[in-house]
Design a protein around this ligand. Structure first.
Ligand code: KG4
Ligand code: ZN
Length: 339
């Protein structure tokens, strides 16, 4: 079954083509990041307009990379939430038009669930001769860390999620972006902090605090951001080099994420950990989680961690198998959650 996945929830116009939920055939991502960088963050109205402009060229490119035409598709999948309303509307309406004109099923996908399914793309096609070999093993502990979310979710099977923890204030990616701005690194801050921290290396002298919270698996990053702000403004004595501050900030975020994910995995009997979402592209998070985890860690390659259409198509395969097909009246759900 060949599925086309459409993703427009934020600032990426992305279309992927995936066979049987696991074989990556094509993934084209048109990023608007340069346009938004000028404003220091994503401007919703501009994002929607850019999606309108990019949609058809991205579709053409995805089909030509896949080596098939529209007639070679079996289903149309689309992100219907969470995300920016105007941006989601462009993708959902485009998907409806395609599904209607081609007479194909329209499969609605939760963006957060889509991020999780990047893990299946990474593990490759299932081996039909091996009943165990269907991608990651359940129960899996999933750490979803993106620009808008930081969730710890127990995945008991396809489509079966239990949310164990979440951020009480900023999402991990949001914290990276805000601190990136404080350090004058532009937007988005995540990749820039990752690079700058790597320059500093692991010889650290500065240690920033980790938030202590009542919720065992909840996160908080806004206090850390305020601490960095005070240091940058010289309110905490002599300011360290930006690279040292970036490394200390990153270390604190990574330590919180990894410590809580590992505790949740141990207490829930998870057989493995899946790292998902844009922040999963962070080199230090990938390294530390793999180093400290007693169970296998599944981490998609960086370009499948950040927003893409292939993860939406991969997820849709399992949603479709479970009977999830949307009517052509499908609405968006900007505040959709997982678990
Ligand atoms: O999943 P994603 O592409 O979009 C959302 O669904 O939000 O995540 C984007 C977030 C941004 O906050 C960006 O700064 C962060 O992921 N990010 C990173 C890295 N690459 C992207 N954060 C830390 N290190 C990275 N290498
Ligand atoms: Zn995302």
């Amino acid at each position: 079954m060949r599925t086309l996945g459409i993703e427009t929830s934020c600032d990426e116009t992305a279309i992927g083509v995936v066979d049987d939920g696991a074989r990556l055939i094509a993934s084209i991502v048109s990023s608007q990041v340069q346009m938004h960088a000028e404003y220091g963050g994503v401007v919703p109205e501009l994002a929607s307009r850019k999606h309108v402009e990019a949609m058809i060229p991205v579709l053409d490119e995805a089909l030509s990379a896949a080596g098939c035409g529209l007639a070679g598709l079996d289903a149309i999948a689309v992100t219907y939430g969470p995300g920016l309303s105007g941006a989601l509307l462009v993708g959902v309406n485009f998907a409806k038009a395609l599904a209607f004109s081609l007479g194909l099923p329209l499969v609605p996908v939760n963006h957060l669930e889509g991020h999780v399914y990047a893990a299946w793309l990474h593990t490759g096609p299932p081996d039909p001769t091996d009943p165990e070999d269907k991608g990651p093993r359940f129960p899996s502990l999933v750490l979803i860390v993106s620009g808008g979310h930081s969730d710890i979710v127990l995945m008991e099977g396809h489509g079966r999620y239990q949310r164990l923890g979440q951020t009480v204030d900023d999402a991990a990616g949001e914290a990276f972006d805000k601190v990136g701005r404080l350090l004058g690194l532009g937007f988005p801050g995540g990749p820039a902090i990752d690079r700058l921290a790597a320059e500093h290396g692991r010889a650290k002298t500065l240690r920033l605090p980790r938030a202590r919270l009542d919720g065992e698996y909840d996160f908080s990053f806004s206090g850390l951001k305020t601490k960095v702000q005070r240091i940058v403004r010289g309110e905490e004595g002599d300011s360290p080099e930006a690279a040292e501050l970036a490394a200390a900030f990153q270390e604190s975020v990574v330590d919180s994420l990894v410590t809580k994910a590992l505790a949740a995995a141990a207490n829930s009997g998870a057989r493995e950990i899946i790292l998902a979402g844009g922040v999963a592209a962070n080199s230090e998070l990938r390294r530390v989680l793999a180093e400290r985890s007693p169970v296998p860690v599944v981490v998609p390659p960086p370009d499948l961690c950040t927003d893409n259409g292939a993860m939406i198509a991969a997820c849709a395969h399992y949603r479709f198998a479970a009977g999830d097909v949307a009517p052509l009246s499908l609405d968006i759900d900007p505040a959709l959650k997982i678990g």
